[in-house]
Design a protein around this ligand. Structure first.
Ligand SMILES: *Cc1c(COP(=O)(O)O)cnc(C)c1O
Length: 457
C-alpha cells in the first residue's frame, strides 16, 4: 500500500545523492569514442586537455567507473537549491480528469532558472582546482550562460560568454543577469574571433546558432593563457553531473514506493534527459526493471526522430572533437521563427546510443502545441514553465489523456527543467497568435546531412 502521497515529496539534505552515476558503465554498447578532428582517431585526455579542464576531460572519456564522488565544495553549493522537490501534479490531473498519476521534478528553483547550474558549478569547481583564470562558453537561450556566470562568480573565476545573436537581442534581461554576476557577454557570431568573422562573411545578417557560438568560445579559450572552454550540454561529463536529477527523483519515488511507468524529458543536447533517466536506464540495462522512456524534441529541430546516427562535428566551425550522435548536420540552423529552445543540431552520444538500442524512444512536437501545454500547466500548477520544459509537459499531458481513454493508472514522471520568465518574447508571440509551426523539409535536412564528415567505420 502506498502512503498518502503529498503534493511535494521533499528529501532531507542528507538524502541528497553524494555521487554522480555514470550510465556508460552499465551500457553493453558503449557510445562510440569521440574523435580528434586533426587525426580522426579516438581522442585522449592529453589531447582534450588544452580545451577542457583535466578532471573534466577524464570524466568525459571514462566509460567504466559507475560512480563519481561529488566533491564537498560542490555538495555545499548544491545544498543552496537542492534537493529539488518532486511534485505530484494533483491539480493538473484533476484538470485533465485523468486516472494517471503525474509527477514532475522541478529544476527551476535557482536564479539561472534551470537545471544547468548542476553542471555549471561542477565545471567551475574543477577549473578553479586546476588554477585556471577563467572559462569561455556559448549560450543559446541564456540559461547556461546565466548558470555559468553564477558558478564562476562563486569561485571567483573570469567568465566569457558568446551568446547566440538572436537570443542576445531577444533576451536582454538574461544578458543583464549574467553581467550582474560579472560575466562578459558577446553576441555571436562576433568579429572577435576568426571563426566568427568567417561566418559573418559567409552568412551576412545571420542570427547565429549554438554550433557557431561554440566555435567562437573554443577559439577564445585556446587563444588566452589560463582559460578553458566549458559546455552546458551534449557532453558526457555534463550528463554525468545532471544525474543528480535522476538520482534524487528515484530516491523520492522509492520513499513512497512509487514505480514510474513512464519517464519523459525534453531533449536539446540531451543533458537533462540523460541525467533524469540515467538511474532508470541503468536498471533497464541491468535487467532489473522496465520503463517507457520518452525524449521529446521540437519538430523544427528533430535530431533523434529525423536525423542520422553518424559522426559529426559538435560545432559549426568544425574545431571541436567529433562525436557519433543523432544529428541533423552541424550546418543545420533551425528556422528563425522557432522560439522554443532546444535548437542544437546533434544529441548527446550517450542518449543517441540508448535511443539506437531501443532503451528510450523519441517524439517530436510542434511549438504552438508546446505553448498550449505550457499555458495549461501554468494555469493549474502555478509555475510558468520554460518553453524547453514544455515539450515534456506536452507529451506528459498527451499520455495522461490516453490514460483517460484506457482507464490506466500510469505513473508518469517528467522533468520540469526550468521557468520561462525570461522567455516572454516567445510567450508574447503565442499570446498574439503570431506563432507558427515550421517543420524542415526533407530537402533541407538532406542538404545539411550531405555535409557530414566522412568517417571510416
Ligand atoms: C538548456 C535547457 C534545456 C535543454 O538542454 P538539455 O541539455 O537537452 O537538457 C532544457 N530545458 C531548459 C530549461 C534549459 O535551460
Amino acid at each position: 500500500m502506498n502512503k498518502e502521497i503529498p503534493y511535494k515529496i521533499y528529501l532531507e539534505e542528507n538524502e541528497m545523492p553524494k555521487q554522480w552515476y555514470n550510465v556508460r558503465a552499465d551500457m553493453k554498447n558503449k557510445p562510440a569514442p569521440i574523435l580528434n578532428p586533426a587525426t580522426m582517431k579516438p581522442i585522449t585526455v592529453e589531447e582534450l586537455s588544452p580545451i577542457f579542464c583535466e578532471e573534466l576531460a577524464k570524466q568525459e572519456l571514462d566509460e567504466t567507473t559507475p560512480y563519481f564522488d561529488i566533491p564537498k565544495e560542490i555538495l555545499d553549493f548544491y545544498r543552496m537549491y537542492r534537493p529539488s522537490p518532486l511534485t505530484r501534479a494533483y491539480c493538473l490531473e484533476k484538470k485533465l480528469d485523468t486516472p494517471a498519476h503525474i509527477y514532475y521534478k522541478f529544476e527551476g528553483n535557482n536564479t539561472s532558472g534551470s537545471h544547468k547550474l548542476n553542471s555549471a558549478i561542477a565545471q567551475a569547481y574543477y577549473a578553479k582546482q586546476q588554477g585556471l583564470k577563467g572559462v569561455t562558453t556559448e549560450t543559446g537561450a541564456g540559461q547556461w550562460g546565466t548558470a555559468l556566470s553564477m558558478a564562476c562568480s562563486y569561485f571567483d573565476l573570469d567568465c566569457q560568454v558568446y551568446m547566440v545573436k538572436v537570443s542576445y537581442e531577444q533576451k536582454p534581461f538574461r544578458r543583464e543577469v549574467m553581467r550582474t554576476y560579472g560575466a562578459k557577454v558577446t553576441p555571436s557570431p562576433s568579429m572577435n574571433t576568426s571563426v566568427g568573422r568567417k561566418i559573418n562573411e559567409e552568412f551576412p545578417g545571420t542570427t547565429g546558432s549554438l554550433g557557431c557560438a561554440i566555435s567562437e568560445a573554443v577559439e577564445a579559450a585556446t587563444a588566452q593563457e589560463g582559460y578553458r572552454y566549458v559546455l552546458g550540454s551534449v557532453l558526457s561529463q555534463v550528463l554525468l553531473h545532471q544525474t543528480i536529477i535522476g538520482l534524487e527523483t528515484k530516491t523520492a519515488l522509492d520513499k513512497y514506493g512509487i514505480k514510474a511507468d513512464m519517464i519523459i524529458g525534453c531533449a536539446g543536447g540531451g543533458s537533462n534527459l540523460g541525467g533524469l533517466i540515467s538511474p532508470f536506464a541503468g536498471e533497464m540495462l541491468r535487467g532489473e526493471a522496465e520503463y517507457d522512456i520518452i525524449a521529446v524534441e521540437p519538430a523544427s529541430c528533430p535530431s533523434l526522430t529525423r536525423g542520422r546516427y553518424a559522426y559529426d562535428f559538435c560545432d559549426t566551425g568544425k574545431i571541436c572533437p567529433l562525436a557519433k550522435m543523432y544529428t541533423l548536420g552541424s550546418s543545420f540552423i533551425p528556422s528563425a521563427n522557432h522560439a522554443g529552445g532546444l535548437r542544437y543540431h546533434g544529441m548527446s552520444s550517450i542518449v543517441s546510443q540508448l535511443y539506437d538500442d531501443g532503451i528510450i524512444s523519441a517524439r517530436s512536437v510542434e511549438q504552438t502545441d508546446v505553448f498550449k501545454a505550457a499555458q495549461t500547466f501554468a494555469k493549474v500548477e502555478g509555475i510558468l514553465p520554460a518553453p524547453e520544459s514544455s515539450h515534456a509537459i506536452k507529451v506528459a499531458i498527451d499520455e495522461a489523456l490516453k490514460c483517460k481513454e484506457t482507464g490506466e493508472e500510469k505513473n508518469i514522471v517528467f522533468g520540469l527543467t526550468g521557468t520561462g520568465y525570461f522567455d516572454m518574447v516567445a510567450y508574447q508571440k503565442f499570446n498574439d497568435g503570431e506563432m507558427s509551426d515550421y517543420i524542415p523539409t526533407d530537402e533541407e535536412i538532406s542538404k545539411s546531412l550531405a555535409a557530414l564528415p566522412k568517417v571510416e567505420g
